[in-house]
Design a binder for this molecule. Structure first.
Ligand code: ADP
Length: 592
């Protein structure tokens, strides 16, 4: 996909607030015109005094004109700034919403591969850095541009030579500035890299502080942290030092317009082509012509800041979307089949295949188990069935239909994927379970919880079902959290259940309950279990043995023990462990 220019991204996000931006620009222009009025007023007052005809009325009138101009300037500038701020926040909101929308459409696997810290940094922090420059760009940019242009035109009408004299100090600083900025892009890129490096070192240091302390690595880790912070300081300081002499010279010389306007003005006055009043107003105006232009020296930095933030956001905005269909499909069955499926996590970038020519057929209502050594591709099969990613080649079908032709909403509705990662949202346990089916009544939620064996322990909590996951957090065991996830899946009541069997939470007293809740969940469903403990799947209709991304053998327990050496080894090891565990009080149960 072609990368979008950062300015396009901003303009796209600004479509909702086009009207406000236009008004903001218009009001900023009116404000600049208001700002001119006092100069005109002062000029006329000077003329009145120099002509020797001052009267209270005339002075009051011109003072009033100056005041009205000043009020217009302030008022319209205020409105313009307010509209610009509203627009900036709208743009930020739109970019964030577009990122969230993109995350819903991008392959889920790609999103899960990013750390939540990195996603949060882009969506919250990086996008936020655009607010200030964006909000100030319109009113300040316009006034700082139009004011000097207007002053220049005004001077030009008085005497073009005075207009040119006002710019006498511009060329030399401009050349110095351009020379100074010739490496700006590279320097800014280096600066951002250094800043990112410091950020990641800090995050790592803070995140790993427990381990650093526990293993007495404080000194070494602190050294890495301190070196990163120091080298960032050295880098920024060196950049600053390389520019401060030129910058100070520019800042001193640029606004000294009087260097040009005083001698030229005196010469024109003596020559008779400039009146005293004109001379005076030219001097006053020339003082205001350059200073606003200096705003643009800092604006370059601000624009870069926006560019970098947008480019960071684009890493998410430009994610490839999984093709999706909108037409629901009527499925004849919930058979699942993989035909000749190959897949690599690196896409076409040469990473080794996680799956190679995998063909599996899972009839509706049957129980299939995926077993094999770690890294064999079991979870990848499950993730591809749920379309976390699309297959590299081959095809996955449900009810005979390629899953790429089934709308996402329909596909997600027909599959319950219970993983070991039982995330609970920080809302009540009732709502956490109801996520499985937002339309379910409280009674239905209780019923699912009862079947999943969590009703009892939830009711024992002080606030029962109203306890939030945060409040319950520390008190819920791994097994209990998993049963809540199962209750959620039960409420969803999807015809296909994929279970990434948890081994981490198998404390003996919960084991029995966990098995009961799993049995309730999977009754009558097309069931696919990624099994770590073979005894839990020994009664499966088919056991699929996977190794190194390939299906080694398929069959029932007894057949595999006879015909598949890998399975036999795994079974014997498992039985050995089981006996050992049984000796120390462990218990095993089959799923169905
Ligand atoms: P299993 O579930 O059998 O342990 P997986 O399906 O998780 O195996 O892994 C199969 C292969 O794919 C392994 O080589 C693993 O390193 C790789 N892999 C798994 N998940 C990812 C991922 N998110 N990104 C890149 N490679 C992955």
């Amino acid at each position: 996909m072609k990368k979008k220019n950062w300015l396009h991204t901003i303009l796209d996000a600004a479509t909702l607030c086009k009207g406000k931006i236009t008004l903001s620009i218009l009001f900023a222009i009116i404000s600049v015109f208001g700002g001119f009025v006092p100069y005109i007023g002062v000029y006329h007052m000077l003329c009145i005094f120099l002509e020797g005809t001052p009267t209270i009325e005339k002075i009051l009138m011109w003072s009033g004109v100056c005041l009205v101009g000043y009020v217009i300037k302030l008022l319209f500038y205020g409105i313009s700034t307010t509209l610009a701020h509203i627009s900036a926040y709208t743009i930020l909101e739109q970019i964030r919403l577009k990122i969230m929308e993109k995350m819903m459409k991008a392959p889920l696997g790609v999103i899960l591969n990013e750390t939540s810290g990195k996603l949060k940094n882009i969506i919250v922090d990086r996008v936020e850095t655009m607010e200030l420059p964006l909000a100030h760009m319109i009113p300040e940019g316009i006034s700082n541009f139009l004011l000097p242009v207007g002053v220049f035109v005004y001077l030009f009408f008085i005497d073009f030579r005075m207009a040119l004299a006002a710019l006498a100090t511009v060329p030399m600083p401009a050349v110095i500035f351009m020379v100074m900025m010739r490496n700006f892009n590279k320097q800014y890129t280096d600066y951002m890299e250094a800043s990112n490096h410091v950020n990641s070192v800090i995050v790592e240091y803070v995140g790993g502080i427990e381990i650093i302390k526990a293993f007495g690595q404080s000194t070494d880790s602190y050294k890495k942290f301190a070196t990163a912070v120091n080298s960032f300081k050295d880098y920024t300081l060196a950049w600053f030092q390389s520019t401060w002499k030129s910058m100070n010279f520019i800042m001193a010389l640029l606004p000294s317009a009087l260097v040009g306007t005083i001698p030229v003005g005196i010469w024109l006055y003596l020559e008779g082509s400039l009146t005293v009043a004109e001379f005076a107003i030219c001097l006053i105006l020339s003082l205001g012509i350059i200073t606003p232009l200096m705003w643009f020296t800092t604006a370059i930095n601000d624009i870069k800041m926006i560019e970098y933030a947008v480019n960071d956001a684009s890493k998410l905005l430009d994610l490839e979307e999984l093709p999706n269909s909108d037409t629901p499909i009527v499925l004849q069955s919930y058979d699942v089949s993989l035909s000749n499926v190959s897949f690599s996590y690196g896409g076409k970038n040469g990473q080794e295949n996680a799956l190679t020519h995998v063909s599996i057929s899972i009839p509706q209502g049957s129980f299939s188990a995926l077993v094999g050594p770690s890294g064999g591709g079991k979870s990848t099969v499950a993730r591809l069935i749920t379309r976390f990613w699309d297959v590299g080649s081959g095809m996955i079908k449900i009810g005979g239909v390629d899953i790429r032709k089934i709308p996402f909403s329909q596909l997600t509705a027909m599959i319950s994927f219970v993983t070991q990662d039982n995330f609970l949202f920080n809302c009540s346990l009732l709502e956490n379970i109801r996520l499985g089916n937002p339309k379910a009544t409280d009674e239905q939620v209780y019923e699912s919880a009862r079947q999943a064996q969590c009703d009892e322990f939830i009711r024992k909590l002080e606030k029962g079902y109203k306890t939030t996951a945060g409040e319950a957090g520390g008190r819920l065991s791994g097994g209990e959290r998993q049963r809540i996830a199962i209750a959620r899946a039960m409420l969803k009541n999807a015809p296909i259940v994929i279970l990434d069997e948890a081994t981490a939470f198998t404390d003996p007293e919960n084991e029995d309950k966990l098995q009961k809740s799993i049995s309730a969940l999977t009754k009558g469903k097309t069931l696919i279990v990624i099994a770590h403990r073979l005894s839990t799947v020994k009664d499966a209709d088919q056991i699929i043995v996977m190794e190194k991304g390939r299906v080694i053998r398929k069959g029932k327990q007894q057949e595999l023990i006879k015909s598949c050496a890998l399975y036999r080894d795994m079974w014997e090891t498992h039985i050995g462990t089981k006996k050992w565990a049984a000796g120390s009080g462990g218990k095993e149960n089959a799923y169905v």
